[in-house]
Design a protein around this ligand. Sequence first.
Ligand code: 2BA
Length: 109
Amino acid sequence: MKLVIAVVQGEDAQRTVDALSDVGISSTRVSSTGGFLQQGNVTLLIGVDDGKVPETLQVIRENCRERSRYMNPMMPVAEPADFLTAFPVEVQVGGATVFVVPVDSFEKI
Ligand code: 2BA
């Protein structure tokens, strides 16, 4: 079994959860915040049998889009010690950032 951890944009989250559910894949939504942009996103926790991992990734791929985001003015560009910008900076975000990790044990108690 694997745990697929997918960081997706809020706009894509419900569609992705619904599409996973349509093919019998359960997921848990966790509200999260990107460390760089400090904007809300959604982390999906998806436990699946190994054979279902490709289908899971395909559903995520089909439902998560790349978008432009703009950093707020006067935020640090990289590290806090770096310079501040007064102008919005365009950043490409997504489709999804996905980790696939092995699961030692899975129980519903
Ligand atoms: P954020 O950390 O808010 O990053 C949003 C977007 O900003 C990133 O999109 C990337 O295009 C850009 N970005 C991030 N860090 C940067 C940096 N140090 N310098 C320049 N640009 C930077 P994505 O790569 O699509 O990531 C979307 C979200 O996925 C991230 O939001 C974060 O919440 C998560 N994520 C991405 N990589 C991760 C990782 N290695 N570990 C954990 N979470 C990650």
